[in-house]
Design a protein around this ligand. Structure first.
Ligand code: NAP
Length: 295
């Protein structure tokens, strides 16, 4: 079998276009465009690239992008003061603090200081808790993007065996809760899981969010499974430029799976699309409007 390549780029574009279509109606109702504030602390080149893409997508959707770029000598108190200011600013619907933060700043305290209504990354304990108990929440963009791809590919997920590899607060855990919400039977694997290959072999749905290049091999995959690869790992190449690979050995897994996301071009673009979606949704909720339809 050669698996279908799930086109995350195309799916992301459709969502971003839908967000852009819905922005004028929000402007007509409220007299202002939704606004996303991005906060970048320090000089991490990968973070700078991510934030640039997020700002570009925001502008392309017709939303306002407010950017704050700060030195890596910034103190935690200074960052918390900026968050207070953004929380109080009625033109800001979403606040995105790009992680990682420099070591003198406690990311947990920073996330806790964001108004949950503006927490478009879905990292605040209030949003994580609402997801856990099944209330409307702003859900972390990457797992939300993975779920969208899975539902587009498979339709109903009810009763399917899903294995999520990784239990981070930002990807693995919310992914597991979203799958549970769709009535899948969910196993969460992690670094202490025994015989990971056998656990993965049971899965109709595999979501790999580990951060280890090509760890999941083709012979771990159940024939016909759907594989979502969240991992982004740079591996060395002879020309010294390096190349991005996922957590799944793509060529091997594609021989066995029925559908699989590539890296790059799978989950990555969906993360940004879902950030646009979350910003528009947060803007609607803050304005007391119904959630926009078709997102
Ligand atoms: P993380 O916080 O480092 O979590 C990694 C998880 O993998 C942990 O739960 C860890 O288990 C588990 N793990 C590590 N080694 C393992 C092993 N040998 N076997 C089984 N499980 C193992 O990472 P993350 O933030 O969730 O991100 C995971 C990957 O996704 C990274 O490559 C990251 O770059 C990528 N990512 C991509 C996007 C995107 O937009 N595409 C967004 C976010 C993240 P323990 O809990 O036991 O330590």
């Amino acid at each position: 079998m050669t698996a279908k390549r799930i086109d995350g780029k195309a799916a992301a574009l459709t969502i971003r276009q839908r967000v852009a279509e819905l922005v004028p109606a929000f402007v007509a109702k409220t007299g202002r465009a939704p606004g996303l504030a991005t906060v970048l602390v320090g000089e991490d080149p990968a973070s700078a690239v991510y934030v640039r893409s997020k700002r570009k997508a925001t502008a392309e959707a017709g939303m306002l992008s407010f950017h704050h770029e700060l030195p890596d000598t910034l103190t935690e108190a200074e960052l918390l003061a900026l968050i207070d200011q953004l929380n109080a600013d009625s033109t800001v619907d979403g606040i995105l603090v790009q992680l990682p933060l420099p070591k003198q700043i406690d990311a947990t305290r920073v996330i806790a200081s964001i108004d949950p209504a503006k927490d478009v990354d879905g990292y605040h304990a209030v949003n994580a808790g609402r997801l856990l108990v099944g209330l409307d929440a702003i859900v972390s963009c990457t797992p939300l993007g993975c779920l969208h791809l899975l539902k587009s590919e498979l339709g109903s997920l009810e009763g399917r065996e899903a294995v999520v590899i990784g239990r981070s607060n930002t990807v693995g855990k919310p992914m597991a809760l979203l799958l549970l919400g769709e009535n899948a039977t969910v196993t969460v694997a992690h670094s202490r899981t025994r015989d990971l290959a056998s656990v993965v072999r049971r899965a109709d749905i595999v979501v790999a969010a580990v951060g280890r290049a090509e760890m999941v091999r083709g012979d771990w995959i159940k024939p016909g499974a759907t594989v979502i690869d969240v991992g982004i790992n740079r591996v060395p190449t002879e020309d010294g430029k390096g190349r991005l690979v996922g957590d799944v050995a793509f060529d091997e897994a594609a021989q066995v799976a029925s559908a699989i996301t590539p890296v790059p071009g799978g989950v990555g673009p969906m993360t940004i699309a879902m950030l646009m979606r979350n910003t528009l949704v947060a803007a609607h909720r803050r304005a007391g409007l119904k959630d926009p339809e078709g997102l």
